[in-house]
Ligand binder design. Structure first.
Ligand code: ADP
Ligand code: ZN
Length: 288
């Protein structure tokens, strides 16, 4: 049986056909434009592929309450062309297949747990640090949603003593995303992240913010693995800085061999699926 998968992101949509074994058989990437441009391309891609179900990992905020009349509808997203767009309903209607939806970060957490760098544990927290900051949590076969879905990027963090930047988040100013996502780096330092290689204070401050967030998530969720992805985490020097800060900030309060200098490099890790976590997780949503 052929299955469809979509990773709907703020900058691109990845479309794929896969099978029950989780293999991606065909893939196409298109830019995220106005829905009037993007959706016909999506429909055109899938229409003759013979898929029986479609898994959708979407940017948010998005309504994931299956009992809600607006299930699968985008909400107050910063992508203004997509505010209130009924993405799930439109795909279901135009492709005539059942659509299963979760957030892009939840499906990435699921994919890392099933196929990536967290296959040996029962819980996995996936954090992306890119245009925004978001997180998804996998626990024993399921992802965590509730009242809405978690918004791990919008927590308040303590400011770095040298940071005078006001923050980019339109809703909160200096929340974690407002201080530490890619656009905040660019506005604070006047250059994009990939042009700031070798400027130690940039990465020291970035690690300080991300480590505070991870420390909070460790206290709240107790994940058995933390996977850090997204464009900003391509700066590999961040990993040892973050790990060191996390150990310092926890100050021995949570006891685990993984939270020691010896083993923390097996606990806070890069994605195992590099660029495929999103699309593989979307496929997994519709595998039996
Ligand atoms: P998105 O979040 O839109 O899905 P990405 O995860 O690629 O996409 O994140 C894009 C952000 O990451 C941009 O702000 C960009 O400047 C930043 N970024 C991309 N590549 C790098 C890099 N190699 N080093 C530092 N920052 C990067
Ligand atoms: Zn915010």
């Amino acid at each position: 049986m052929l299955l469809g998968a979509i990773e709907a992101g703020g900058t691109k949509f990845v479309l794929a056909v896969g099978n029950q074994d989780g293999e991606i058989l065909d893939k196409l990437t298109i830019p995220t434009e106005h829905p009037d441009q993007t959706i016909p391309k999506v429909v055109n891609y899938f229409k003759d592929k013979g898929i029986k179900k479609l898994g959708l990992g979407a940017f948010g905020p998005i309504d994931l309450n299956q009992k809600s009349p607006t299930y699968g509808q985008l909400q107050k997203t910063p992508k203004t062309d997509w505010v209130d767009y009924p993405l799930g309903a439109v795909l279901q209607e135009k492709l005539s297949v059942p659509v299963v939806i979760d957030t892009d970060v939840n499906v990435a957490a699921m994919a890392e747990a099933k196929f990536g760098n967290a296959t040996d544990v029962d819980s996995c927290l996936y954090i992306t640090v890119g245009t925004g900051i978001g997180g998804g949590f996998y626990y024993r076969g399921q992802t965590l949603n509730g009242l809405s879905h978690p918004e791990l990027g919008h927590i308040k963090v303590r400011r770095h003593p040298d940071d005078r930047y006001q923050g980019t988040c339109p809703s909160h100013g200096d929340c974690l995303e407002g201080l530490a996502a890619g656009p905040a780096l660019e506005k604070r330092w006047g250059k994009k992240g990939d042009q700031l290689v070798g400027v130690d204070e940039v990465w020291e401050m970035e690690a300080f913010y991300l480590a505070q967030a991870l420390t909070i998530f460790i206290y709240v969720l107790s994940p058995e693995r933390i996977v850090l992805g997204g464009g900003v985490m391509k700066q590999k020097q961040l990993f040892p800085l973050i790990r060191k800060y996390v150990i310092d900030m926890l100050n021995g309060y949570v006891s685990s061999p993984y939270l020691t200098a010896d083993q923390i490099d097996q606990y806070i890790v890069a994605p195992g699926l590099t660029d495929e976590a999103g699309i593989k997780g979307a496929l997994y949503l519709v595998m039996d």
